[in-house]
Ligand binder design. Structure first.
Ligand code: ZN
Length: 342
């Protein structure tokens, strides 16, 4: 099969379009013919290499996969071949205390497809049968591929962790990012008021179209001051953080009394300063979020199937141009997800 691999960690130029053996499935696995695969920041971290994490090379990236069931293993039932599916990106044991309580990503065997296992930058990918989620033809292959990781993450952050309530105000960083564009829609479906940030004028209009009530251009204004003004000086109930060093202190300063900050990523770096005096006096909570559980993803997919939220695709590149797709993401030019098509 055709696939994009990297043979050593490094820049986008290391992504090579080549022939790889088709994956052989075990009795509990499914072979999926990849129709589309979306990019995530995780792809960039994995390609560059992370301290202390070893993965077998050459490696195939890609954790957001839509496609058709090609083959099923001997023990697999109720998954017809040729059916239309998305792949849940997290693999876990399914029976430990974390898996049983819906906290799959805390399972000691937790792996992300395309990170610790070969992924979807290929014509075929093998996945455990329990990771298969059937979907309708309401959306295109590209749109379905754009959904799993970001809708799962945003759902886990806002619904499970922050317990966002109707009428509360949430500040969501970077409307144009995958997780930002999913979070805006999930928050609106929950009846919250949404303040979001963008880095360009073109993105302001698109953020409003997604449902954001207020859009702050962080290049022109101080987002924290602005968030405070928009809430009559009180601050926001929840901040959804995924930027890190550049924004974290100001994100904390944007919180109302008893506010919650949920964080799932650090695109600008992981070292931040926290003044604990404000944290305890104002009784803030900071919560870490990493992916989410299979059941949360199924709920998020239901929201999409009902049309109460929509996948946001920025643009599609042919698989052979994976390198350009990575460069496009690094330039922060995208609004929504960047998708590869084999
Ligand atoms: Zn487990």
């Amino acid at each position: 099969m055709k696939a994009v691999v990297f043979k050593e960690h490094g820049g986008p130029e290391g992504l090579i379009y080549t022939d790889m053996p088709e994956p052989k499935i075990g009795p509990d696995e499914v072979l999926v013919r990849v129709k589309a695969c979306a990019l995530n920041h995780l792809d960039i971290w994995t390609r560059q290499g992370m301290p202390g994490i070893q993965i077998p090379l050459p490696h195939i990236l890609g954790c957001d996969i839509s496609g058709e069931v090609e083959k099923i293993g001997g023990n697999v039932k109720n998954i017809p071949t040729k059916s239309r599916v998305v792949v849940s990106p997290g693999i876990s044991c399914g029976h430990c205390k974390w898996c049983e309580s819906g906290w799959d990503s805390l399972c000691s065997e937790y792996k992300i497809i395309g990170f610790q296992a070969d992924g979807g930058y290929a014509e075929f990918v093998k996945v455990p049968a329990r990771n298969i989620i059937p979907v309708s033809n309401r959306y295109s292959w590209e749109e379905w591929a754009a959904s799993p990781l970001v809708f799962l993450t945003a759902w886990h952050m806002l619904v499970t962790r922050a317990e966002l309530k109707k009428g509360e105000t949430v500040l969501i960083h970077a409307a144009g990012s995958g997780v930002g564009s999913a979070a805006i829609q999930i928050a609106k479906s929950m009846g919250a008021n949404v303040i979001t940030t963008v880095g360009s004028e073109e993105k302001e209009e698109r953020a409003k179209k997604l449902g954001a009530d207020h859009v702050i251009n962080y290049k022109k204004m101080d987002f924290s001051k602005q968030a405070r003004e928009l809430t009559r000086g009180e601050g926001v109930d929840v901040v959804l953080e995924h930027i890190g060093t550049e924004t974290f202190s100001k994100s904390l300063a944007s919180l109302a009394k008893k506010g919650r900050l949920v964080t799932c990523g650090v695109t600008s770096g992981g070292l931040v300063q926290i003044d604990l005096r404000f944290l305890f006096v104002r009784q803030h909570a900071i919560m870490g979020c990493y992916m989410g559980g299979l059941n949360e993803l199924k709920k998020a997919i239901e929201l999409l199937e009902q049309g109460r939220a929509k996948p946001v695709v920025d643009r599609t590149f042919p698989l052979v141009e994976a390198r350009s797709a990575h460069e496009w993401m690094l330039d922060r030019k995208n609004f929504g997800k960047i998708v590869l098509k084999p």
